[in-house]
Design a protein around this ligand. Structure first.
Ligand code: GLY
Length: 381
């Protein structure tokens, strides 16, 4: 991670990261200007020159015409459905609308669906593609940082249940991911930073050198340096691709990607999945708590949690629970929310803990009193 960042607006080169999954292998392309090249990249995958695009209204206003032009350049026709923005779309009603629309559009088994949007649209469109006619292929064009570094890669698709997030879904790998770094320019700063919470996660879970690089380059990256953004996205995607290739269905190592998520999901549930706390912000706070818990259990150096928090603070991300607007319930209530986590195994909560920065591991052996103490201390501030 020593390369210099290019000037914003400079023509960045496109990097190709492979996700090696045998017959379900695919490429993730990372670079600026990919939307304009979408037709050329997708055409070889199509059985006929048409695409059904699922997107959301805000993204459509910004990027749908750019996508249309990129596809038209290769003679590919598209039709699009723009759903309302927000997590509320990722439920049964949104899925029904998407699937019924795809059927009305006469999308055939050999056709391709394209997801243009952030994590909500990518997860929903991927699941719609998974269940439509028992499975059609799909392309991810992630427009948020969070989607580019995490949710568009790895084939986790699905919707939320009234009882919890992401509880309904399927593993369905995309056929291609186009991560256009230029699209990140239009993100509100808070959304960009929330996605950055997931970037930090990669350093913390498996690459101390990357975390150090982020400590040095994070502020310039957040300020808009496209070269640095491309490097961070490529590195994050490469880390995720390697893990997914070894453990596609999360039988083991893939659970490391959930660092910060057990705490994070509880915080999101406690704040009603609202803009009081965005997912990536919750993950950042969750990473601090996971390191606090690891330090309390004597597993990692005592200074590690402070270093994680200091980097989040330097980036302008929340790093203390008293920064969550509207307050939080007590430790017991948060522990109750954690128990609904997908990683619960035979009734036991599993945590991603760390032996140090870049050294995460999964533990099913966390004493309840240590967990309670960490939460109580964090809630006291
Ligand atoms: N977002 C975690 C995973 O894809 O496994």
């Amino acid at each position: 991670m020593t390369e210099q960042g290019a000037e914003p607006g400079a023509m960045a080169r496109v990097e190709r990261v492979g996700v090696a999954l045998g017959p379900r292998s695919y490429d993730v392309l990372v670079g600026a200007g990919l939307l304009a090249r979408a037709g050329a990249e997708i055409a070889p995958l199509l059985s006929r020159p048409r695409l059904a695009v699922l997107t959301e209204e805000r993204v459509a206003a910004l990027h749908l015409e750019g996508l249309r032009a990129g596809l038209e350049a290769e003679g590919i026709a598209m039709s699009a459905l723009a759903l309302p923005p927000g997590e509320g779309t990722k439920g049964w009603a949104g899925l029904e609308r998407a699937v019924e629309w795809l059927i009305a559009e006469k999308v055939e088994r050999g056709d391709m669906v394209l997801a243009l949007g952030g994590g909500v649209i990518g997860d929903l469109a991927g699941f719609a593609a998974a269940v439509l006619r028992r499975g059609v292929r799909f392309v991810q064009v992630p427009t948020s940082l969070l989607a580019q570094v995490d949710s568009s890669v790895g084939g986790k698709t699905g919707i939320n249940s009234a009882q919890g997030k992401n509880l309904i879904g399927a593993f369905h790998q995309p056929s291609l991911v186009l991560a256009d770094i230029g699209l990140l320019d239009s993100l509100p700063r808070r959304d960009f930073l929330a996605g950055y919470g997931e970037v930090v996660k990669y350093g913390l879970l498996g690459d101390a050198g990357f975390f150090e690089w982020l400590e040095a380059k994070g502020p310039a990256l957040a300020a808009g340096d496209r070269g640095l953004r491309a490097q961070a996205v490529r590195h994050s995607v490469a880390m995720k691709a390697a893990i997914v290739a070894r453990d596609e269905t999360e039988a083991g190592e893939r659970a490391l990607l959930n660092l910060g998520h057990t705490f994070g999901h509880a915080l999101e549930a406690a704040t009603g999945y609202s803009d009081r706390l965005l997912h990536g912000e919750a993950v950042g706070l969750g990473c601090v708590l996971a390191f606090e818990l690891s330090a309390r259990l004597g597993l990692c150096p005592q200074e590690a949690p402070g270093r994680v928090a200091a980097h989040l603070a330097a980036m302008g991300l929340p790093y203390r629970l008293d920064q969550v607007s509207g307050g939080l319930p007590g430790a017991e209530a948060l522990i109750g929310l954690m128990a609904q986590d997908k990683k619960v195994l035979a009734g036991r909560m599993r945590f991603v803990l760390a032996r140090g920065i870049g050294q995460a591991f999964v533990s099913g052996d966390v004493p309840g009193d240590a967990l309670r103490a960490v939460l109580e201390e964090a809630l006291e501030g």
